[in-house]
Ligand binder design. Structure first.
Ligand code: PNW
Length: 471
């Protein structure tokens, strides 16, 4: 097998998010976000885990940056904790909060690593949720103000920006199925949240542009799903269309094309009349972007509810009596055949190739980044302290091959950020699921690169995927 080489400018990175790694939740005037509240509510996370300490990145960031440098990463994607920077979600910024991110960015730059900032990775200041949260229009305006404050403070040193991370999770896991903060289960509220997240993206993009150097790149990270059907039966295709609209079109429609899919509006008409979409909103949302971030883990496999194939309403998005798919009660989800990661997510790199080709068509000319891709495994140190994770290497190898294939097929993919740099707080799963290329011992917080980190480091250094036998 011949080695697979990437373009020399391809960025090799890793991703994290604030609440999952920082800890220091009361430092410097930071106030609770919805994830502090949610994780401290009994029964919401596995073992009652929370991010109070997480992996203590707030204090250990120099060590973490040194590790990234040792691994030879080109770029590091992290998110800003809104309530560290603007504790009430309104008013002036807190300098101590901004200074932490300035120091982090400077530390990265001093080691030749490009910082990439996500403004919103799910941790809404609790005060804004108390005022109604994302189903309230005002939250979008608050986000734009916050984006401007952060853009002013970091725009001179951070070139790569993302407004939102996976608005699907915020809207539908947060407000429909309730497995994520704030844990609400109101289908209409979730659709309003989706619209206000879109509006926040548009207003936030304009706000960033107004205060930042023009050379900076602004994007959004979508967890776009590749949706497959069990058959080509028209009923199954209609089911796939519904899920594709709710997973993808509801966000990329307005963001990239300035419209919501007609089929989405129709399928949800009994839940909402979409009167939350005010005159002019679609123009505000449809801002020109410099790049598109895609997070990919696994495809979805669906059928119509009455398909002979069976299936269930469990879609791999956590256990809840409430669906994260408003208006899609007639859709069934199926576990695709083949291997799965520890999340129970099926491993299928062709879904990543399909996704990249889909967005090459959907957004011609827009550079694409994989802003997250990775796998959870039950990693344990050997007696000698080393952590061997050959399954993760195989997962990464397969998915990076798919990226390379998409580039050959014409997709303009500029970089890949592995989820995640290190093991961390995996939301409602707590610390039980390990996605890191660096192992964290939660008793001592000691960091140990897994064998996949060494492997990835070599891939980043050479820009080449070794033949899989060499693993
Ligand atoms: C993404 N789902 O979350 C997030 O951006 C990360 O913060 C997270 O740690 C990572 O993927 C791994 O889960 C997701 O239910 C959470 O389909 C849930 C889903 C997808 C992505």
């Amino acid at each position: 097998m011949t080695p697979v080489t990437f373009p020399s400018t391809f960025l090799w990175g890793a991703s994290t998010s604030a609440y999952q790694i920082e800890g220091a939740v009361r430092e410097g005037g930071r106030t609770p976000s919805i994830w502090d509240t949610f994780s401290h509510t009994p029964g919401k996370t596995v073992d009652g885990d929370h991010g109070d300490i997480a992996v203590d990145h707030y204090r250990r960031y120099p060590e973490d940056v040194a590790l990234m440098a040792e691994l030879g990463l080109d770029a590091y994607r992290f998110s800003i904790s809104w309530s560290r920077v603007q504790p009430t979600g309104r008013g002036p910024a807190v300098q101590v909060g901004l200074d932490f991110y300035r120091r982090l960015a400077d530390e990265l730059l001093s080691k030749g690593i490009k910082p990439a900032v996500t403004l919103y990775h799910w941790d809404l200041p609790q005060e804004l949720e108390d005022a109604g949260g994302w189903p309230e229009r005002d939250t979008a305006y608050r986000f734009a103000e916050y984006a401007q404050l952060v853009g002013e403070a970091l725009g001179d040193r951070v070139e790569h920006w993302m407004t939102l991370n996976e608005p699907w999770c915020t809207a539908f896991l947060g407000y429909a199925s309730g497995v994520h903060a704030p844990g609400r289960t109101d289908p209409e509220a979730s659709l309003k949240a989706a619209h206000h997240l879109n509006l926040a993206h548009g207003l936030g993009t304009s706000a960033l542009r107004s205060v930042m150097p023009a050379r900076n790149s602004i994007a959004v990270s979508l967890n776009s799903s590749t949706v497959r059907t069990v058959s080509q039966d028209p009923a199954d295709l209609a089911a796939a269309r519904k899920i594709d609209d709710l997973a993808n079109g509801v966000f990329h429609g307005p963001m990239l094309h300035g419209t919501y899919p007609e089929s989405l509006l129709k399928a949800t008409e009994e839940i909402t009349d979409w009167s939350c979409v005010a005159e002019g909103d679609l123009v505000l949302i449809n801002q020109p972007l410099d790049a598109l971030g895609l997070n990919y883990y696994t495809p979805a496999l669906v059928s119509a509810a009455d398909a002979a194939a069976g299936g269930s309403r469990a879609d791999g998005h956590g256990a809840s009596a409430y669906s994260p798919w408003p208006g899609a009660d007639d859709v069934m989800f199926h576990q695709p055949p083949g291997e799965q990661t520890q999340m129970g997510w099926s491993i299928d790199a062709t879904g990543l190739h399909d996704l990249l080709m889909r967005y090459t068509r959907e957004a011609p000319g827009l550079p694409l980044y994989i802003t997250e891709n990775g796998a959870a495994y039950d990693d344990k140190p050997d007696p000698d302290g080393r952590v061997h994770d050959p399954e993760r290497i195989a997962y990464l190898h397969g998915h990076l091959s798919a990226v390379r294939r998409a580039i050959s097929d014409g997709a303009d993919v500029r970089g890949y950020y592995q989820w995640s740099l290190m093991d961390n707080f995996e939301w409602s799963y707590g610390y039980e699921k390990r996605f890191g290329m660096v192992y964290v011992d939660y008793a001592t917080l000691e960091r140990t690169p897994k064998s996949s980190a060494r492997w990835y480091s070599e891939v980043a250094r050479t820009g080449t995927l070794p033949p899989v036998e060499g693993v």
